[in-house]
Design a protein around this ligand. Structure first.
Ligand code: GSY
Length: 175
């Protein structure tokens, strides 16, 4: 499991918590993926298309033997299995599973850009990421996005919904 990745998850349709939980479980059911850490779960105001329900968002840190492309396939498959439809861009969704960081690599292919190009401006990504991301990775990510500290979003519109280590938040395997 030589690679490290950070993945953002979000849901704003139906039982949002079950979708998050189910998506994490599906990801870590792959023998190529091990959960290292997960953030608290946050309830967040919709960004982009604002006329939709509140989201639950979280970030997980994994170790994996998958390439970034293979990991992307797994994320997309997980979205499909959980009924994700792509009707409205930025619109409501049962589950969104995005790769934020893959090692400290800059990757640009037709299907994938890493670090995620919009992560730095999205409080619903940055706040949970800050909670669990080791400092050196975080500074790498800021540099790769060309961002300075003052450009980081504040926590407006992002509220703790379920604290990590609170009852029944999934724990890293083996802890
Ligand atoms: O890109 C993720 C989907 N998404 C979200 C989200 O997960 N949370 C919030 N708060 N707003 C969002 N807008 C989009 S698109």
């Amino acid at each position: 499991m030589e690679n490290q990745a950070f993945i953002s998850l979000g849901s704003n349709i139906g039982n949002r918590y079950d979708y998050l939980k189910n998506a994490v479980q599906r990801l870590i059911n792959y023998p190529e993926i091990v959960l290292v850490n997960c953030s608290s779960i946050y309830e967040t105001d919709p960004v982009g298309y604002e006329d939709q329900d509140l989201f639950l968002n979280m970030v997980i840190h994994i170790r994996t033997s998958c390439s970034a492309e293979k990991l992307l396939d797994i994320c997309l498959k997980t979205e499909q299995e959980l009924g994700r439809k792509r009707d409205i861009r930025w619109g409501p969704r049962t589950i969104d599973v995005d790769i934020l960081l893959y090692n400290q690599e800059n990757i640009t292919t037709e299907k994938l850009i890493v670090p995620h190009p919009r992560m730095i401006e999205r409080p619903f990504v940055i706040i949970p990421l800050l909670e669990i991301c080791p400092e050196e990775i975080f500074y790498y990510m800021k540099k790769a996005n060309g961002a300075s500290l003052s450009e980081l979003p504040n926590s407006e519109g992002v509220r703790i919904w379920k604290l990590k280590n609170g009852e029944d938040v999934f724990e890293p395997i083996g802890s």
